[in-house]
Design a binder for this molecule. Structure first.
Ligand code: KDG
Length: 316
């Protein structure tokens, strides 16, 4: 197994019109969840992937499992729960930024616990991927994420951590302290620039200062996602930056960060150098933005190879 991840998959409902949710009549339904997205993106890149989580014995739980199965993600470690599969609604206010309303407290996904993590299963992986969302869902989820991290470290498995900060789930003033133990124990830190600022920053820090702080916090490799500005990878001896992969029209940016993580890990696991892995990261992230839904736009491995070689030829 190349990669194992764990977390909550939930249904996302996107309004078909802007304005207060109470007046919205039509929603588009998708399945979402940072680790669910990442698992699918990685499986499409021909990695062997396992997703660990709890789903409700309900229609939405069945939908989560059906999609993961169809995408070739191993769900042998998924547990069914009497609790409901979580949902969340996006909202596009006429004034102000888009926002989300979660209906996930007491959900099936938040029932995940440390003994759902099988050391025998996890030890078969080359990378454990964790997001910062899971430890915030419940105390048992925090213990499950922590247990996975400990098993991985004892087994010498690389740990990739994406903070995926969710300000609805934890106040920003508490984030640095909450995530410090994860930052100090991960091998790869895959984070957005604003997230690094929240976790490690001081007013006026430059990008490079933030990257160095991230390395000092513990990771060996830091990938910083700068959205439309591209991405940077940093180790103690190397720094490389690549521009964003061009996209014709951004339809829905959610899922780009998870795609970026999967792309980077897919390159890195294949032994590609940091530059090539970063290019793959930006390509997969960009593909997510072109369609509605988090994961639907992620490319297959053959499409990636074509896109990379075409761009190589145009660049020459
Ligand atoms: O990274 C995308 C996820 O954030 C989204 O799919 C929903 O898991 C989600 C969350 O908690 O916001």
């Amino acid at each position: 197994m190349d990669l194992v991840t764990l977390g909550e998959a939930l249904l996302s409902f996107t309004p078909q019109a802007p304005g207060p949710l109470r007046h919205v009549r039509l929603f588009e339904k998708h399945v979402a969840g940072a680790e669910f997205n990442l698992a699918i993106a990685a499986a499409r890149l021909d990695l062997s992937v396992g997703w660990i989580g709890c789903v409700g014995v309900d229609e939405f739980g069945a939908e989560v499992c059906a999609i993961l199965r169809a995408e070739g993600v191993d769900i042998s470690q998924v547990r069914c729960s009497e609790r409901p599969t979580a949902v969340y609604f996006r909202e596009y206010p006429v004034l102000g930024e888009p926002r989300v309303s979660y209906y996930r407290r007491g959900s099936a996904g938040s029932e995940l616990r440390a003994d759902d993590i099988s050391p025998a299963y996890l030890s078969r992986a080359r990378v454990l991927h964790l997001s910062g969302i899971t430890p915030l869902l419940s105390e048992s989820c925090r213990q499950a994420a922590w247990r996975a991290l400990e098993i991985a470290r004892e087994a010498g498995i690389a740990v990739a951590f994406d903070p995926n900060l969710r300000y609805k789930l934890l106040d920003s003033s508490e984030m640095a302290a909450f995530y410090a133990p994860f930052l100090s124990r991960c091998t790869l830190l895959l984070a957005g620039q604003a997230e690094l600022q929240t976790l490690l920053g001081k007013v006026g820090d430059t990008d490079e200062e933030l990257e160095l702080r991230a390395l000092d916090a513990g990771a060996e490799i830091v990938m910083v996602k700068h959205g439309a500005r591209g991405a940077v990878v940093r180790t103690h001896s190397e720094r490389d930056a690549v521009p964003a992969w061009p996209v014709e029209r951004v339809i829905d940016p959610i899922g780009a960060g998870d795609g970026c993580d999967a792309g980077f890990l897919a390159g890195w696991l294949r032994g590609w150098d940091l530059h090539a892995s970063l290019r793959l990261a930006t390509l997969v992230g960009a593909c997510a933005t072109g369609v509605q839904g988090d994961y639907e736009g992620y490319p297959r491995w053959d499409e990636v190879q074509d896109a990379l070689s075409m761009r190589h030829q145009t660049a020459r």
